[in-house]
Design a protein around this ligand. Structure first.
Ligand code: DX5
Ligand code: ZN
Length: 223
């Protein structure tokens, strides 16, 4: 299998920060402004203290651009709802803290031909995801407490990015390292330096008047 290029930075705007009355136009604008993936934050009001949207919005977003849909399930039972999201996702990320058989659920994601990701809350030790690193395509390091956009980046999470990069090279594994929460150009820069290659940003893209400049800045460019 060809090893993905983990040195290329990909920008994944989070639709959570888009104008929900104009989601299609917002996603098309993000694609035209240079986004690589679209990140979809699904919240069930149980796993996190917020309800965002479900598979209907994922289906609609998946249709409006050619960009891969990067679905982040912040839900208690990803195993139960998985089949509803699979047709509209290029990657599906579940949380290690979810109430399900994590290994079996990751295996089902891959068997369906979708990229499998694992994520962890800021308070969860990196050691908890170590057993799954050989069966995933992506590690999503939360850099805020999951549940809401617009929170402040937690610099302590840089250690987890480094741990994910170290485990990948020591064990000769192959997964992207994605970061999510409170990320603008400066935070993106330090995350990339620590080993991340996929940058999720909600407010840092959809909350900005000029999305092209915002995406270029996240990538480390001038705009
Ligand atoms: C938080 C979500 C994030 C969030 C990022 O639970 O997983 O994707 O939308 O939003 P910003 O970039 O605004 O922190
Ligand atoms: Zn997310």
């Amino acid at each position: 299998m060809k090893r993905p290029d983990f040195t290329r930075t990909l920008i994944a705007p989070s639709v959570l920060a888009a104008d929900f009355a104009n989601v299609g136009a917002e996603c098309r604008a993000a694609a035209e402004a240079g986004a690589d993936w679209l990140h979809l934050d699904v919240m069930d009001g149980h796993f996190v203290d917020n309800i965002s949207f479900g598979s209907g919005i994922c289906e609609a977003v998946d249709k409006v651009t050619d960009l891969p849909s990067d679905v982040h399930l912040m839900i208690t039972r990803p195993d139960h709802y998985l089949a509803r999201f699979l047709p509209f996702a290029s990657n599906i990320t579940i949380h290690v803290e979810a109430d399900c058989n994590v290994g079996a659920t990751l295996a089902r994601i891959r068997e369906a031909g979708c990229g499998a990701g694992i994520s962890l809350r800021p308070g969860t030790s990196f050691r908890l995801i170590e057993p799954y690193l050989d069966q995933i395509d992506l590690v999503l390091i939360m850099t805020v407490e999951p549940g809401f956009g617009g929170q402040a980046f937690m610099p302590e999470m840089l250690q987890k990015i480094q741990a994910a990069a170290a485990a990948r090279s020591e064990r000769e594994l192959a997964y992207h390292i994605e970061v999510d929460g409170g990320i603008y150009a400066e935070q993106a820069r330090i995350c990339i330096e620590a080993g991340a290659n996929i940058i999720v940003s909600g407010t840092g893209v959809f909350g900005q008047p000029d999305r092209r400049t915002a995406i270029a800045a996240l990538r480390g460019g001038e705009g």
